[in-house]
Design a protein around this ligand. Structure first.
Ligand code: SPQ
Length: 430
């Protein structure tokens, strides 16, 4: 349990949030697939990324971590060892799904497992296209659920049209395509985060992007390189939303990732009335990042749907909270994917925010939120989901009484220093 209480807070100051989770995973994975040495700076030492490190160590890759600096030295995927135990992905959907794509194309036979939450999440979205490439993946519910047994082998390229916008599915197929003897094509209707494509290019893969289509030609040996991981905009989003929500607030985010496939939160905050200033922007080693200031400047409702959804999918819990304090009716739709995250985030968000007095309704693919509504204190469940736990922590800033978070340790999955940073930024109004 964690009790979070503030009396009339205002958020002020500057923050550098921890490294991007999606990019940290991919840096370990590509550093392990590639031959030679990869140096990563700004790595996220959250639980999910540590699970990815554990898995590749079990395959014989030498990975040394010194805080947020990580060195990966790999013989290349052709020379990985057979692991002596099951590979455990913990709570991490990204680890499980991307590793499935990688191992399907390797020389390894192994069993991939996860925690109680991950073991309920669908894996067919990757096993079906991988099987059509010739992958051998076996497990419960027609290989939809972990644990899964993967027998790596030679795969054939495919031309795949994605039925859902998912960077995890796209990445698993592109990784599997690396070892085939031809060109694998993945097309998506709405573009999902493109970190894999960017990093594949950095590691020397033969990859081309053409609108919403990505093509990778297999057979090229990847070489180790340097990766700089920017701050995670999905972590920053909690304090960005808080700064937009609380009158008098102004927070500057340094070195935060500004990849356009991830910046939907900035579009929404702007549409809701927040003041946003991009103070600096650069393109360091493949990923755009910069310094952004967000300040409160009134707050009104908006509609969030369509192509915007993949650009802010993980931010929707905190956006829903923000909408409880905005004038008007906020509608979130086309977000049914929220139901298959670490928990069903539509049910979790509506159930927990109602406990504080929010007027929020669940729909099949989103939420409808009426605001502004005064929030009270209360005891909120995290459902073992870091994003729900952090939403509860931010809710305490707007609530009239303390918010108690049950099972807050899940926040370590993506943001181990969340509560310290919250305390640093939130000041009582004098
Ligand atoms: O890794 P995991 O557990 O799936 O993490 C989440 C999160 O909230 O951190 C989703 F639950 O982020 C996903 C994201 O929703 C990370 C991700 C990636 O790194 O490729 C892509 C998104 O998922 P998807 O299914 O849309 O590809």
């Amino acid at each position: 349990m964690k009790k979070v209480a503030f009396e009339q807070p205002v958020l002020k100051g500057e923050i550098t949030v921890p490294g991007d989770k999606s990019i940290s995973h991919r840096a370990i994975m590509l550093g392990s697939i590639a031959k030679g040495k990869t140096s990563i700076s700004g790595f996220l030492d959250g639980e999910d990324c540590l699970r990815t490190i554990d898995i590749f160590r079990q395959l014989g890759v030498n990975i040394e971590r010194n805080g947020t600096d990580v060195t990966v030295e790999s013989p290349g995927m052709q020379d990985w060892h057979q692991p002596s135990d099951n590979l455990y992905a913990g709570n991490s959907g990204t680890t499980a799904r991307l590793v499935l794509g990688i191992l399907a194309a390797s020389r390894i036979t192994c069993v991939l497992t996860g925690d109680e939450y991950l073991s309920k999440r669908p894996m067919n979205r990757v096993s079906i296209p991988l099987k059509s490439m010739g992958a051998s993946i076996a497990g419960e519910a027609d290989s939809n659920l972990l644990p899964l047994t993967i027998t790596g082998g030679a795969l054939t390229p495919i031309d795949y049209e994605m039925p859902i916008a998912s960077a995890q599915v796209k990445s698993a197929i592109l990784f599997a395509g690396l070892t085939t003897g031809g060109q694998t094509t993945v097309s998506e209707e709405t573009v999902s985060r493109d970190h894999t494509e960017r990093m594949l290019e950095q590691f020397g893969a033969d990859i081309q992007k053409d609108g919403n289509t990505v093509r990778v030609t297999g057979g090229r040996m990847l070489s180790g390189t340097d990766v700089r991981v920017p701050g995670d905009i999905s972590s920053a989003a909690f304090f960005m939303a808080a700064a937009a929500m609380i009158k008098g607030s102004s927070v500057t985010f340094k070195d935060v990732g500004l990849n356009p496939t991830r910046t939907g939160i900035l579009d929404v905050l702007k549409a809701m009335g927040a003041k946003i200033d991009i103070l600096e922007q650069s393109d360091g080693l493949g990923e755009p990042y910069g310094t952004v200031n967000i300040s409160h400047d009134g707050l009104h409702a908006t509609e969030i749907s369509g192509e915007l959804i993949p650009k802010l999918i993980d931010e929707l819990p905190v956006i829903a909270l923000l909408a409880t304090q905005a004038h008007g009716v906020t509608v979130i739709k086309d977000a049914a994917e929220l139901r298959v995250k670490e928990t069903d985030r539509i049910t979790a968000v509506t159930t927990e925010l109602k406990k504080l007095g929010a007027q929020i309704e669940e729909t099949e693919d989103g939420m409808i939120i009426h605001g502004p509504t005064p929030l009270t204190g209360g005891t909120l469940a995290s459902y073992g989901d870091h994003r729900i736990g952090m939403m509860a922590g931010i809710a305490a800033l707007a609530a009239s009484g303390p918010v108690v978070i049950e099972d807050p340790s899940c926040i370590n999955i993506s943001y181990p220093t969340f509560f310290n940073d919250l305390e640093k930024l939130a000041f009582p109004v004098k």
